[in-house]
Unconditional design. Sequence first.
Length: 774
Amino acid sequence: HHGASGRREATRLRSAPTPNAEVRAAEEGSEVMLSHSLFCDWLCCLVWTDCIARVQRFLVTRLGEDWIFLVLLGITMALVSWTMDYASAKSLQAYKWIHGELRGNIPLQYLAWVAYPLIFVLFASLFCHLVSPQAIGSGIPELKTILRGVVLKEYLTLKAFIAKVIGLTAALGSGMPVGKEGPFVHIASICAAVLSRFMSFFSGVYQNPYCYTDILTVGCAVGVGCCFGTPLGGVLFSIEVTSTYFAVRNYWRGYFAATFSAFIFRVLSVFNKDAVTITALFRTNFRMDFPFDLQELPAFAIIGISCGFLGAFFVYLNRQVVLFMRRPNAMTRFLIKHRLIFPAVVTLVIASLTFPPGFGQFMAGELMPRECINSLFDNFTWTKIWGSPPPVGLGRSAAWLHPDVSVFVVLLLFFVMKFWMSAVATTMPIPSGAFMPVFILGAAFGRLVGEIMATLFPDGIVFDDILYRIIPGGYAVIGAAALTGAVTHTVSTAVICFELTGQISHILPMMVAVILANMVAQGLQPSLYDSIIQVKKLPYLPELGFGHMSQYNTFVENIMVRKVKFISSQSTYREVKHLLDSSSLKTIPLVDSKDSMILLGSIDRLELLALCDWWLSPERRLLMLVRTLVLSLDLKDFSPPIRVCLQEVTNSCCASLDACAEKNPLRSVRETLHNLFTSNSRRLEKEAWEEAEMDKPVEIDEIRVDPSPFQLVERTSLHKTHTLFSLLGLSHAYVTSIGKLVGVVALKEVRNQLNQCDSCHRRRGLVPICFWWL
């Protein structure tokens, strides 16, 4: 009985689940659930990745890389432009608020008025100097040089973008007479270059150097377009400023990206309630029925001619300031050593002279740049309301009406003081442009002429029983377009003015004034951007003058370099190594032999450097030793299994070493090989081996050769050479005679010869001296 009950109990205990068994069952269930969950997550991730890849392929195939790139560029630059405008506007608002809160305490007001811009300018100068010195200045002269085929290091990098954006925002927020347009063209070009590197992951077209030039051209158009919200004038202005020859295939790209960017820029302003709807940046309300009379055209012509002289003088003054700062003397050396002193002194002087309770009250010093433009373009005639109670809606224009000083004196003082202030401020080591300061100067000059005309004809001009009242604001618009056109040597400033004001009523007088201003300015001075190129001595080809017969009588054989460094199929590695060490040529011509000198092509310097490094590398020496060892072995002496094993080991070793030659070797491999050859005996063997290898001929078949480098014949004229270099963006060309290499001509030789021709013409008096101020 007891035995039976014991057996039953044992059976029950065995059949009953133990706590450990329950835990194990629960763990197994949880593991199954976890694995199922992980599988579901992996499946969802796989599906999501596949969906993204499908969408990407659909966008790229249906829309095309161009459209995606242009949309991304437009959105990015619109956001950057709006953010910079918003930040600088808030900064200027805080500047004026501090000045207003301290009203009644003149010393504190002056201290705040001077210290505020000083902090911003010094920050911009120091930040750019530390992060990227290439961000200093306008950027358009450098872009003109880059678009001509010259490589300028660090000008299109992300560091330059960050320094330019932050430095320009600080400079604009300081209230100094500096502009946004030039630096923003540089910013947009950097953005286009960075985006092109990103787009190269989807399409290899963006790695093409010719495509790179097209991308930078589009970036310039977007920069001007979203800077002021003027896509039409922006594209035309970018073409005039940066390109000698423009590829029409980029026309639609520039217009699409600039229009899209300008649209987003204005929409953001509406969303931020800076504007009621999408309108012009400086909207005017001139009457459209009879905006001007033909009898006013002489006054408009006077504005154009005067602006031509004034624009040339502005360029001259700006260049003299830069040359003075570059002159080697004790003061300039001190200023170079202490970089912040010059911008600090300039800011201190300008801020002190524009202090509103002080001298600034006689030149509307309290107005910020955009307030100046809006007030100069208004519909009021200031000479009629001066001395009387201000009418309703006068707004910020009241700053021009001093109770004791005439409107003419205020406008004249403003123009004269801002003229030299703008010319000096644009030379400070901060990101700054000259378009907006010159635009304001032109508007002030045009307004001065308009107020004079309104005084001479107080009741307007009667013609054919129609009364045409003088609109000084219209004269201001014409003056702004004429002076900016004279300084930049462009006609598209008229189109920019149409878009900025939203009215096309003064199209005829504006075009007359801009063309006359260009005629005068181009005869007196180079453009502001060409002047900076000359001062900085950038490798840029000057434009060809008209009527210089020496351009057709000078040939390539007169300016080419005859002692050409080259390599041939018989050249040894020692000769190639010596050539690379003794020169900095980026491409080296390849000839058939030293006797025939038949040009076969050109080789990139990096290709030769890589070949020389590999030829004497430990990896190659080990490869040669292994191959020698294999050749010395007689595999027939080994059994078939060992023979197969040795063959496989040999093949794998050679394959791995060949692969190592094609890519960067691992550090562990290099360390092992280094340790292998460190003994004195092996070092002597290594030196002897290297000496023997250096005298071997170069393996040309292992190098990528450009079989069609650009060539010229000896009797190619200087004019045709300049045209080819400008059109194709060449840096050099080989000169051949019946296929034989006889010389090489580079950008430097062409530029020096053109400058020499111009100097000869000036000395002979073929060009009036007044047309060549230095």
